[in-house]
Design a protein around this ligand. Structure first.
Ligand code: ADP
Ligand code: ADP
Length: 226
């Protein structure tokens, strides 16, 4: 089974704007995959639909073979999502944010605390565990979003512009972190409008513009064509 399968996905927003014009995508298990395209191309719309925050108009989406229409809970259990906007409770403590998220997946608290500790340490946030999220720097909040997305140990992690507005040093350490969890078997899908980011990290790249996939190929082939 593929980590992600998207067939003929269409999205018309209220008001009539067509953001996705029949998108097909397939991401294999273990891949490190980039969805590359300019602002407004439809990247966030795709991720929003996959994570069931946005309703699709038509088409099919499967996560590890589980259809988001008929098997949403199972699809979600395999999926970790890092949206662009910080959407945690700013007044909650860092550790609690991660542990609370685990609760949504029915993970017992003891195990949730252990996994939260693991990822908070990995992401350099353990010293901040008792701090309310609002006191974190932007880069720390970004890493908190990643820890929260991983706490139920999903098989695929989707990140929307993970390094937008992040300084070069933190960008490099986030790249290393994503590569490390990919080596451990987690499929990574990210959106970016930086060719260099896709080039540095990804094995396969799809290019999207104005709601259409223009190219879907390995990085090596893509770079030969540029
Ligand atoms: P990207 O993530 O590639 O920047 P988006 O998926 O955010 O692109 O947006 C794709 C297009 O859909 C853009 O033209 C955007 O203005 C439009 N769009 C996004 N969200 C909405 C919405 N809620 N209502 C109407 N149009 C929207
Ligand atoms: P706030 O009140 O600050 O918005 P919430 O506790 O409602 O905080 O949500 C925090 C995060 O947890 C959000 O990103 C939301 O997507 C996620 N979340 C909330 N409820 C659920 C749920 N039932 N299943 C999975 N994730 C959830």
């Amino acid at each position: 089974t593929d980590a992600l399968l998207i067939q003929n996905l269409r999205k018309v927003y209220d008001g009539g704007f067509t953001a996705l014009k029949g998108v097909d995508l397939r991401v294999r298990q273990g891949d490190f995959f980039a969805l590359l395209g300019p602002n407004g191309a439809g990247k966030s719309t795709i991720l929003g639909i996959v994570s069931s925050l946005v309703n699709k108009s038509s088409g099919r989406v499967e996560v590890f073979g589980f259809d988001i229409d008929s098997d949403l809970a199972k699809a979600k259990s395999h999926l970790g999502v890092v949206p662009q906007e910080f959407n945690f409770n700013q007044f909650e403590k860092v550790e609690d944010i991660v542990v609370t998220q685990a609760g949504y997946y029915g993970i017992p608290e003891k195990r949730a605390r252990r996994t939260a500790e693991h990822f908070l340490r990995k992401l350099g946030l353990w010293d901040k565990r008792q701090s309310p999220a609002r006191l974190l720097s932007g880069g720390m909040k970004r890493r908190l979003m990643i820890a929260r997305a991983l706490v139920h140990e999903p098989r695929v992690l989707i990140l929307d512009e993970p390094t937008a507005g992040v300084d070069i040093e933190l960008r490099r350490s986030m790249w290393q972190f994503m590569q490390e969890i990919n080596r451990q078997g987690v499929t990574i899908i990210l959106t970016t409008h930086y060719l260099e980011e896709a080039e540095a990290l990804c094995r396969n790249i799809a290019i999207i513009d104005q709601g259409e996939i223009l190219k879907n190929t390995s990085k090596r082939e893509l770079l030969q064509q540029l």
